[in-house]
Write a protein that binds this ligand. Structure first.
Ligand code: UGA
Length: 430
């Protein structure tokens, strides 16, 4: 099939690369000349394991191309994917300006029949708006169908998730649209959920909010365990053995970040309010997420008291999670800002996120290894659970630190072991 994918963020670029790799001809359309020029050379706008290789392979095979032009691509495509960003607006609602801007451009360039499929995470009713815009701006002789096909990939494992999805949700209004999307997804093994457009739109918010709810539950339990003298890791291990609950996404820490959970939970709160239905659970999920990083910061402030001013604090990990260079809504940002605001001198190491971190945290120092971050620091903070931090030479770290103090925001170490090594160790919820 011939596909046009509008947008080259995580969703757009991975979708374009995977469908090209499966043998389709894919035009990936962007609006930033520099990024498109780079993509043409195989230079990606973000780090994602394995993606560069797939992009380069398909560029070379001429199945994948990057362009600024809607004219030469949309008119050719059987299926057009909208996969542009829907960030939070000031009110918390999803900002749909990029979706509608792309839709208008698609409409003006439609020829014959095309299926317009929205992959961006959009509030209920957005696909109906997309259809209205298409009808308003399309040439008279062009026709279209709409579909909602939300994306469930995670950053860091995006290729694996796209090729091995738990489910493929297809929201459509008729058989023609359904059959086209089933045909396209044929080589991918996944459970298909065929549903209405509105239900598909809600499934995406429900999935992300359920996962965020599990994390906030773990974080609320962590705060409870800290005062009750229990170990949240063992509590989650035990309850996770119940198959009705499951262990995944119950790791307590400093809160969820990234470009999805924070904005999607906010958008669901805004939607619930707009429909005048209860947002109480969704708002609580958001509130507890803030408490998670505030609770972590409070422990550090309490430990140092007035000595935080001028203290050197080493930080391991800045990205919102491992295997990505993404700093969007990373909990490391408010934690570090708060410590810097109280006079601490922060020296940080992250294996991939330094460049992006420098934009959000311009005043702190960056070093090239975990050991350099520990050098002469009064305490070491673990803010992202990169694998390379899990088996550090802890004797060396202890010697390098001015005081052997570790605040572990991701529970990568065992409290008993750390104590026996002579560390003053603060885990999260244990
Ligand atoms: C999330 C979803 O997992 C994907 O299914 C979805 O497609 C994507 O959002 C999206 O809507 O585009 P992602 O944001 O890449 O994917 O990252 P996750 O792996 O879900 O992690 C999100 C945050 O939750 C991270 O900050 C992570 O540290 C935190 N987390 C995760 C925890 O604090 N505890 C856990 O147990 C799991």
């Amino acid at each position: 099939m011939k596909l046009a994918v509008i947008g080259h963020g995580y969703v757009g670029l991975v979708t374009a690369a995977v469908f090209a790799d499966l043998g389709n001809t894919v035009f990936c359309v962007g609006r930033t000349p520099q990024k498109i020029a780079n993509l043409k050379k195989g230079i990606l706008p973000f780090f994602e394991p394995g993606l560069e290789e797939v992009v380069k392979r398909n560029l070379q095979a001429r199945r994948l191309s990057f362009t600024l032009s809607y004219e030469e691509t949309v008119s050719e495509a059987d299926i057009i994917f909208i996969s542009v960003g829907t960030p939070s607006s000031a009110s918390g609602e999803a900002d749909l300006s990029s979706v509608f801007e792309a839709t208008e451009k698609i409409a003006k360039n439609l020829r014959g029949f095309s299926l317009i499929t929205c992959k961006s995470t959009v509030p209920v009713g957005t696909n109906r708006e997309i259809a209205k815009i298409l009808n308003k701006f399309k040439p008279k002789n062009a026709s279209f169908e709409i579909a909602s096909c939300p994306e469930f990939l995670r950053e860091g494992t995006a290729l694996y998730d796209t090729l091995n999805p738990d489910r493929i949700v297809i929201g459509v209004e008729n058989r023609k649209a359904r059959d086209m999307l089933l045909e396209l997804h044929k080589p991918i093994n996944g459970h298909f959920v065929i549903t209405t457009i509105e239900t598909a739109e809600v499934i995406k918010y429900a999935a992300n909010t359920m996962l965020a709810t599990k994390i906030s539950f773990a974080n609320a339990m962590a705060m409870f365990c800290e005062v009750a003298g229990a170990d949240v890791e063992q509590v989650m291990e035990a309850i996770g053995l119940d198959q009705r609950i499951g262990r995944q996404f119950l790791s307590a820490g400093i809160g969820y970040g990234g470009s999805c959970f924070p904005k999607d939970v906010k958008a669901l709160v805004a939607m619930a309010r707009r429909y005048k239905t209860s947002d109480v659970l969704f708002s609580a999920v958001e509130e507890i997420n803030k408490l998670a990083y505030l609770n972590f910061t409070k422990k550090i402030v309490k430990f140092f008291g007035s000595k935080l001013k001028g203290a050197k604090i080493g930080v391991l990990g800045l990205a919102f999670k491992p295997n990505t260079d993404d700093m969007r809504d990373a909990p490391s940002i408010p934690i570090i800002n708060s410590l810097v605001g109280k006079g601490a001198k922060v020296v940080a190491f992250d294996p991939k996120a330094k460049e992006n971190a420098q934009k959000s945290l311009p005043t702190i120092s960056y070093v090239k290894s975990p050991y350099e971050a520990a050098q002469d620091a009064q305490a070491l903070l673990i803010l992202t659970e990169w694998n390379e931090f899990k088996q550090l030479d802890l004797e060396k770290i202890k010697k390098l630190l001015k005081k052997p103090v570790i605040f572990d925001g991701r529970n990568i170490y065992e409290p008993g072991k750390m104590k026996s090594l002579g560390f003053t160790y603060f885990g999260t919820g244990r």
